[in-house]
Design a protein around this ligand. Structure first.
Ligand code: NAD
Length: 490
C-alpha cells in the first residue's frame, strides 16, 4: 500500500496545502504555492505547489523506472488496479463532486455526473484489457510469419484543462495505464484540487509506485518543464488552440508524439422542418451547461428562415428563465460563474464586439452583479453574420449567436468555413437532409436531433485547429500504443 496523506474521509471545506505525488509518495515542495479560489465567491479553497523543473524531472524519472515492470504485467492485472481506483472514486463520489462545485463553479448535478462518468470511464477502459489486439500479416516469403504487435509508448504526459478537470484525468490516465504506459499528470492551475483528491484516493489502492504521478503548477513553469522533457513519449493535451500549437512546436524538438484536444465553435443547423421544441431545449442546454464552457457544445446557430422567429421566441423564453448563481449554496441552478476574471472579461468583450459589429442582443448581454464572483447573464444574439467575430471565435460562455440561412447547402458551407472542426449538430425531420449533413459536414462529430454529448465508446476528435488525434473508444485507446512488426523465418 502506498503512502497517503488522507486515508480518512475528505474534509473539503477547510483550505489545505496539497502536495505533489511522485513515485508513490506525497512530497514536500520547496518552491512557491498557488492559491485556488471559488469562482462563484472568490473564497480561498487551498494551495498547490508551483512545481519546478527538478520535481517534474523526478516525476518523469519515476514514471520511466516504473514503466518496464508495469508493461510486463498481464493487461488484465493492470485493469484490476484501474478497478480499484474507480471503486475508491465511487465511495467518495459526493465529496469529489463537492470540490468540483466549489473550485470550478459547476452546478452540483453536473459535477456529480462528471464524477460518476469518470468512474464508469475507468471501468470501460479496464474492459479493454482482454481486447488489445495485434495482427498476423501475410508474408511474401516462404516459411515466414509476420506479427504486428501493439505495445505501449512508454511515459505519457497528461496536461489538463479546467472545464472538466476530473473526467480529463481519467481520459488520459485510464487508456494510458491499461495499455502499459505510465503517466505524469499536470492539472490546470485553475482547478487542481480535485486532481489532488483523486490522487489521494489512488494512493490508497495497491497501484505500484511511479505508475501515476501528479505535479501541479502553471503552464509556463510546470507545464513547460513537462512538455519539453526528453523522457516523455507522448504528450496528451486538452486545452486551448494557442497552447496546443505551442506544445506541438516544443514537442518538435524531441520529436515527441502529440495528441491534442483543442477548442471548438460548434455549429447547430436548424431546418424549417425541425422539431423546434427539441432544438431550442438542446441548444439552450448547450449554452448553459457548465456556463457555456464546453468544447463540444453548440456555439453558433444557422437557422433556416422559416423557422427563425419561432426558434428565437422559444430560446428567448428559455434564456430568460435560466437560473444562475453560486452552485456551492444553491442546488437548483442551470449554471454557475465563469471560471475566472479573464474568462468573464473575454465573454463580455465578445458580446460588446458583436453589438459594435451590428448584431442584436435579444436578452442578457451584461455582467451579472451578484455581489461576488465572475458571473455573466445568459445571452441570446440575433442578426449575426458570417464575418462577425462572435460567429468565428470560441466564446466559452453562456452566449448564443443566431444567423439566418436560406438552405441546408448554405448552412453546411458556413458551418465548414471555420478554423474549428470538433462537433456539429443538425435538427431536421427529413432523413435526406440529415444524411446530406452527415456526408458534407467536416467535423469530428455530428449530432442529429440530440444534444452534443459524446459517448465513451465513440471517438472524440477534432479537425482543423480543433486538434490532432482523439480520445475514447478503440481508436482513442490505440493512440496510447505503438506498433512493432516482427518477421519470424523458419
Ligand atoms: P489552456 O490551454 O489555457 O490550459 C490548458 C492546460 O495547459 C493547463 O493545465 C495549463 O496550465 C497548460 N499550459 C498552459 N501553457 C502551457 C505551456 N506553455 N506548456 C505546457 N502547458 C501549458 O486551456 P484551458 O483554458 O484550461 O481550457 C479551455 C480550452 O480547452 C478551451 O479552448 C476548450 O475548448 C478546450 N477544451 C477542449 C476539449 C476537447 O476535448 N477538444 C475538452 C475540454 C476543453
Amino acid at each position: 500500500m502506498s503512502q497517503t496523506s488522507a486515508a480518512a474521509k475528505f474534509v473539503t471545506d477547510q483550505p489545505q496545502d496539497y502536495r505533489n505525488y511522485i513515485n508513490g509518495a506525497f512530497v514536500e515542495n520547496g518552491s512557491s504555492m498557488i492559491d485556488v479560489l471559488n469562482p462563484a465567491t472568490g473564497a480561498f479553497l487551498g494551495r498547490i505547489p508551483e512545481t519546478g523543473a527538478d520535481q517534474v524531472d523526478a516525476a518523469v524519472k519515476a514514471a520511466r523506472a516504473a514503466q518496464g515492470p508495469w508493461e510486463k504485467l498481464p493487461a488484465i492485472e493492470r485493469a484490476n488496479y484501474l478497478r480499484q481506483i474507480s471503486a475508491k472514486l465511487r465511495e467518495n463520489r459526493v465529496e469529489l463532486a463537492d470540490m468540483i462545485v466549489r473550485e470550478q463553479g459547476k452546478v452540483r448535478g453536473l459535477a456529480q455526473v462528471e464524477v460518476d462518468f469518470t468512474a464508469d470511464y475507468i471501468d470501460y477502459m479496464a474492459e479493454w484489457a482482454r481486447r488489445i489486439e495485434g495482427e498476423v500479416l501475410t508474408s511474401d516469403r516462404p516459411n515466414e510469419t509476420m506479427l504486428l504487435l501493439r505495445k505501449p509508448l512508454g511515459v505519457v504526459a497528461g496536461v489538463l484543462p479546467w472545464n472538466f478537470p476530473f473526467f480529463l484525468i481519467a481520459r488520459k490516465m485510464a487508456p494510458a495505464l491499461v495499455t502499459g504506459n505510465t503517466i505524469v499528470i499536470k492539472p490546470s492551475e485553475e482547478t487542481p484540487l480535485n486532481a489532488y483528491m483523486f490522487t489521494e484516493l489512488l494512493a490508497q489502492t495497491d497501484l505500484p509506485k511511479g505508475v501515476f504521478n501528479l505535479v501541479g503548477g502553471r503552464g509556463r513553469e510546470a507545464g513547460e518543464a513537462l512538455i519539453s522533457h526528453p523522457g516523455i513519449d507522448l504528450i496528451t493535451f486538452t486545452g486551448s488552440v494557442a497552447t496546443g500549437s505551442h506544445i506541438m512546436q516544443v514537442a518538435g524538438k524531441n520529436l515527441t508524439k502529440v495528441n491534442l484536444e483543442l477548442g471548438g465553435k460548434a455549429p447547430a443547423i436548424v431546418l424549417n422542418d425541425a422539431d423546434l421544441d427539441l432544438a431550442a431545449t438542446a441548444i439552450h442546454a448547450s449554452r448553459v451547461i457548465n456556463t457555456g464552457q464546453v468544447c463540444n457544445c453548440a456555439e453558433r446557430v444557422y437557422v433556416q428562415r422559416g423557422a427563425h422567429d419561432a426558434l428565437v421566441a422559444k430560446l428567448t423564453g428559455l434564456f430568460n428563465d435560466t437560473r444562475f448563481g453560486d452552485p456551492s449554496v444553491d442546488d437548483d441552478l442551470h449554471m454557475g460563474p465563469l471560471v475566472n476574471q479573464a474568462g468573464l472579461d473575454k465573454v463580455a468583450d465578445a458580446v460588446d464586439l458583436a453589438r459594435e459589429q451590428g448584431a442584436t442582443v435579444v436578452t442578457g448581454g451584461a455582467r451579472a452583479d451578484l455581489g461576488q464572483g465572475w458571473h455573466y447573464q445568459p445571452t441570446l444574439i440575433t442578426g449575426a453574420t458570417a464575418d462577425m467575430d462572435i460567429m468565428r471565435h470560441e466564446t466559452f460562455g453562456p452566449v448564443l449567436p443566431i444567423q439566418i440561412v436560406d438552405s441546408l447547402d448554405e448552412a453546411i458551407a458556413l458551418a465548414n468555413d471555420s478554423d474549428y472542426g470538433l462537433t456539429s449538430s443538425v435538427y431536421t425531420s427529413n432523413l435526406n437532409a440529415a444524411m446530406q449533413a452527415a456526408r458534407e459536414l467536416k467535423f469530428g462529430e455530428t449530432y442529429i436531433n440530440r444534444e452534443n454529448f459524446e459517448a465513451m465508446q465513440g471517438f472524440h476528435a477534432g479537425r482543423r485547429k480543433s486538434g490532432i488525434g482523439g480520445a475514447d473508444g478503440k481508436h482513442g485507446l490505440y493512440e496510447f500504443t505503438t506498433t512493432h512488426v516482427v518477421y519470424i523465418k523458419g
